[in-house]
Design a protein. Structure first.
Length: 276
């Protein structure tokens, strides 16, 4: 079927495109993940080794070098701080990969634009799928570390996909927007690395919000990562139910952003070939 047959900006078209090309999307994500480690000695095992190494490094730097503790009172152990830190990094990694890779998606796949009939709207889903794969591996490492350090895991850990769903939808819309803008504004790709770094330090990853003066709480809570990071910690480390009401509100906003990103991509895709 011609992928341009549904070249419309209607919300229904967005869902139809995702469902219609689900198998192609899966294959492209798999190729992207495997291709990242192609030719290396460990191969796909690097996706498991890397988060373990990063967990050890962050634990050493923040708990030994900086003698950091989670919370103002410093009652929690070094191991708990490492788990809190790693949980935040997992969430940040999802959005960071989308931000840094999306602007160059069309630029690095010009053959899909000029030479073949291809559903370009599925390309922005590749970095998101790849990011979710690595997040899943990192989550497994976190759960294993929690089992080793604390001797048990929370019963609510399986709710993490529910917590991440609103962020996934938001990232999808951002990816569509950046993939399109990256064609016309090449500087977008250079600035997204800076944005990802800003989000890292303006999120409650290395510190709890309670450790900051109240005057900064509004700025930190405005960060789209803040709520998801806190809810991820709730289900992964605290064993409590997430804020369902808050997640639904977040999802509603994310759906609007996703549709706007999709609509922008579909409206501007006709101009890609003229610029490339």
């Amino acid at each position: 079927m011609n992928p341009h047959a549904l070249n419309t900006v209607a919300p229904r078209a967005m869902v139809v495109h995702l469902w219609r090309y689900r198998e192609l999307i899966t294959r492209l994500i798999k190729r992207d993940v495997v291709g990242r480690y192609k030719g290396s000695l460990l191969g796909l095992a690097w996706s498991f080794v890397t988060p373990i190494i990063m967990l050890v490094i962050y634990t050493f730097v923040f708990t030994v070098v900086f003698n950091a503790r989670w919370g103002v009172g410093g009652e929690e152990s070094k191991s708990v701080f490492a788990l809190q830190l790693f949980a935040g990094l997992i969430v940040h990694g999802i959005l960071a990969e989308v931000l840094t890779r999306s602007p160059s998606l069309i630029l690095t796949n010009t053959n899909y634009v000029k030479k073949v009939v291809f559903p370009l709207e599925i390309l922005p889903l590749i970095p998101l799928g790849s990011a979710l794969f690595h997040a899943a591996i990192s989550t497994l490492v976190l759960i294993l570390a929690q089992l080793v350090v604390l001797g048990s895991i929370t019963w609510t850990f399986w709710m993490l996909p529910l917590v991440l769903l609103p962020l996934m939808v938001l990232a999808m819309g951002i990816s569509w927007l950046l993939a399109s803008l990256g064609v016309f504004l090449r500087d977008i790709g250079q600035t997204m690395g800076l944005v990802a770094t800003m989000l890292l330090f303006l999120s409650p990853i290395f510190y709890p919000i309670s450790a900051l003066p109240e005057s900064f709480h509004g700025m930190i809570n405005a960060n789209p990562l803040t709520f998801i990071i806190e809810q991820a910690r709730v289900v992964l480390l605290e064993g409590q139910l997430p804020d369902i009401s808050g997640l639904l509100k977040y999802l509603a906003v994310s759906l609007v952003v996703a549709w706007l990103g999709f609509a922008w991509f579909q409206k501007t895709r006709k101009g890609f070939a003229d610029v490339l």
